[in-house]
Design a protein around this ligand. Sequence first.
Ligand code: CU
Length: 86
Amino acid sequence: MSRIKTMFVTALVASALSAPVLAYHCPLDAKAIENGLANIQVSDEVRTKVMQLHDEGMAAHKAGNHEDAEKKLAEAMRILLNATGM
Ligand SMILES: [Cu+2]
């Protein structure tokens, strides 16, 4: 469990740090969030909130509104990271 968590957090941080390099990485962020939810135990409240932001983010991404999408996906990742206690 803790090794998976470490890998997940590493992926999240890498994704966050890559923001200035890649123009848009909404699908990568969404994937990281999905992996996180699959591998980390979080409360139903956190899961619901994270999934809502994930879905809103991907909807914005599909609509071509990538800045908005990344804001929502970043917020979802922040909530997930907080939920891990790191
Ligand atoms: Cu996008």
